[in-house]
Design a binder for this molecule. Structure first.
Ligand SMILES: CC(C)(COP(=O)(O)OP(=O)(O)OC[C@H]1O[C@@H](n2cnc3c(N)ncnc32)[C@H](O)[C@@H]1O)[C@@H](O)C(=O)NCCC(=O)NCCS
Ligand SMILES: Nc1ncnc2c1ncn2[C@@H]1O[C@H](COP(=O)(O)OP(=O)(O)OP(=O)(O)O)[C@@H](O)[C@H]1O
Length: 200
């Protein structure tokens, strides 16, 4: 199996932006946030369990999950977050493993906000952390999600601290400057990973 690079970072740190730059270089990306959406699509057992637990108001008119409503609940009620994670994380892991097995590029990237908070880190060979000042995380995520800074801070409080994440990194992308600057760093790492993949 090709080497798997785990890409993680806090909300709004630039994981998707970095993953897009690796994808543009032909690298297969497995994205835990996308897997997390797939396991709750209409018709899944997980969505049915969520509707039974939180009540039918958690569904939109088209029977899909009201993600904004669930987000409000789980980041203000720790017990409900635990319940949801116990339901979803095993299903997300199974789907991620399946998608990693299907990857065919020289190396593969698993991008996940909770790589270190869950057992997903056991699926990767090397850890790439994307990092930026917390003020940038809050400003970028709030602008992207049309959400208040307090909401973003509440999510950050449920994720590993910046220092704890950096302490575990094999490689770091410093995303405090422009997207062009990020691309320069991605290109350098891409060459490193290609060399590592050839050695394997
Ligand atoms: C609560 C939900 C419905 C909110 O959906 P929404 O579309 O608003 O956000 P999205 O899924 O794009 O997540 C945005 C960001 O929130 C953060 N986040 C999401 N879930 C969690 C969590 N359980 N703990 C900490 N941070 C989280 C991540 O940084 C993520 O990138 C959704 O995030 C969810 O189902 N979370 C539980 C599953 C999970 O843990 N997913 C994370 C990937 S494994
Ligand atoms: N260096 C940068 N300069 C300006 N904007 C940036 C930069 N990096 C990322 N962004 C923007 O900031 C926002 C957050 O980035 P992105 O969505 O990649 O973060 P993420 O880590 O994937 O977040 P999440 O954990 O919520 O999935 C996006 O709108 C993105 O385009």
């Amino acid at each position: 199996m090709p080497i798997i690079i785990g890409l993680t970072g806090g909300i709004g740190s630039g994981k998707s932006a970095a993953a897009d730059l690796f994808a543009a270089r032909g690298i297969n990306i497995v994205d835990a946030d996308i897997a997390a959406r797939e396991v709750v699509e209409p018709g899944t057992v997980a969505l049915q369990a969520i509707a039974e637990h939180f009540g039918p108001d958690i569904l939109l008119a088209d029977a899909s999950l009201d993600r904004r409503a669930l987000r409000e609940i789980i980041f203000t009620h720790a017990d409900e977050k635990k319940w949801l994670e116990t339901l979803l994380h095993p299903a997300i892991r199974t789907l991620i493993k399946q998608q990693l097995n299907e990857a065919s590029s020289a190396y593969t990237i698993l991008v996940s906000p909770l790589l270190l908070e869950t057992d997903q880190h056991t699926l990767v060979d090397r850890l790439l952390v994307i990092d930026c000042p917390e003020a940038d995380q809050i400003q970028r995520a709030a602008a992207r999600d049309q959400s208040g800074p307090e909401r973003i801070k509440a999510i950050m409080a449920n994720q590993l601290s910046r220092d704890a994440r950096l302490a575990k990194a094999d490689d770091i992308l410093h995303n405090h400057a422009s997207l062009a600057d990020l691309e320069t760093q991605v290109e350098t790492l891409h060459q490193t990973y290609l060399s590592l993949a050839q050695r394997d």
